[in-house]
Design a protein around this ligand. Structure first.
Ligand code: FAD
Length: 312
């Protein structure tokens, strides 16, 4: 019995979600190998080798894995399948694309977004936008699992696993890289930010995000999020969306500004440790989950808050 954890990385370094998914993978009770597939990804492989509890790192270094194409990566994981009983990956956008393909290639069911390992074949996962927890028992001989990393602590360093090169798998030829537009952002990524400041429809414009929300985020060293209404209205880019159809986050502090607290938004942030809401409507549902609520006009309250923080 061995588990293969597929690493999320940027080639040079590992993403924090990998360390968190490792915690879940280790709870399956079998030795855990880590697969790093990328181009010039030696840095990420070295980082994986240092993680506590990793038995071995497999490094597939090839131009085929330079651009996160799902089909070649799924084929690589399929080629490694004979040696493994479980395949675990963080439930990121990348692996939501890759892992269902792996499950299909292996003809097994994927167990998606687990939040708890009950036993090596039994897992808990949220359903109905987080309103119910389902316990899933999989009888498949090979398990394909994605992990909701916001509910697992990161594994620390302390290991010294060997790094072994593995050959690239034959490219299925189903996709090719055309180009990419990378959004530049100096703020912490939403999935790993300790503090998130999020704006909703109440922000009324893109300019108001820049004028009111971003200075507050800068003061706090926070990531910036948004409701779907704000994204749909063009006030915020798509990758800022928090919620059922956006990112699921659990920072230490989540500040919701001009967000009503629809169930689909709560599904993405209600596990945050401390929730602060600023809304002019005292009956807004966001106040039911907020630890601290301020019934106020955001255009007055947010600049005041930013100014006070500047004095600290
Ligand atoms: P609103 O509900 O319009 O709330 C705006 C709030 O701003 C109000 O509470 C108002 O009192 C407050 N406000 C206005 N002006 C001010 C002011 N000057 N000062 C202070 N407060 C002010 N939504 C998500 O966010 N994420 C998702 O992933 C998501 N997925 C969805 C998936 C499905 C299948 C569906 C059907 C919906 C989904 N939604 C999602 C949409 C969700 O149902 C809500 O429509 C959305 O979250 C509302 O966003 P909002 O709170 O910004 O807007």
């Amino acid at each position: 019995m061995t588990t293969l954890l597929i690493a999320e990385h940027d080639h040079a370094s590992l993403k924090d979600v990998t360390n968190k998914a490792l915690t879940a993978a280790a709870q399956l009770g079998a030795p855990v190998d880590v697969l790093v597939a990328g181009e010039n990804a030696g840095g990420a492989a070295e980082a994986a080798a240092k993680l506590k509890g990793v038995a071995k790192v497999l490094l597939a270094d090839s131009p085929a894995y330079a651009h996160d194409l799902a089909e070649p990566l799924a084929a690589l994981i399929r080629s490694l399948a004979p040696g493994y009983d479980a395949f675990v990956a963080p439930a990121t956008s990348r692996f939501k694309n890759v892992m269902p393909r792996v499950a299909a290639l292996l003809d097994v069911m994927q167990v998606s977004e687990i939040i708890k390992v009950v036993a090596p074949d039994t897992f808990e996962r949220p359903i109905y936008a987080g309103n119910a927890i389902q316990t899933v028992k999989s009888r498949d001989a090979k398990k394909v699992i994605t992990v909701r990393t916001s509910t697992f602590a990161a594994t620390g360093d302390g290991g010294s696993a060997p790094v072994e090169a593995v050959a690239a798998a034959a490219d299925p030829g189903l996709s090719s890289f055309v180009g990419e537009a990378v959004a530049k952002n100096n703020r912490p990524e939403l999935s790993s930010a300790r503090i998130i400041v999020s704006g909703g429809r109440g922000m009324r414009s893109r300019a108001n995000f820049t004028k009111y929300l971003e200075p507050l985020a800068d003061k706090l060293g926070a990531g910036v999020g948004a409701s779907r209404a704000a994204v749909d209205a063009g006030y915020a880019p798509n990758d800022w969306q928090v919620g059922q159809t956006g990112k699921v986050v659990a920072p230490d502090l989540y500040i919701a500004i001009g967000i009503s607290g629809a169930i689909q938004h709560l599904a993405g942030m209600k596990d945050s440790k401390v929730i602060v809401a600023i809304n002019k409507d005292g009956d807004a549902p966001i106040f039911q989950v907020a630890d601290y609520g301020l019934v106020a006009d955001l255009y007055q309250a947010v600049p005041e808050l930013t100014e006070e923080l500047g004095k600290l």
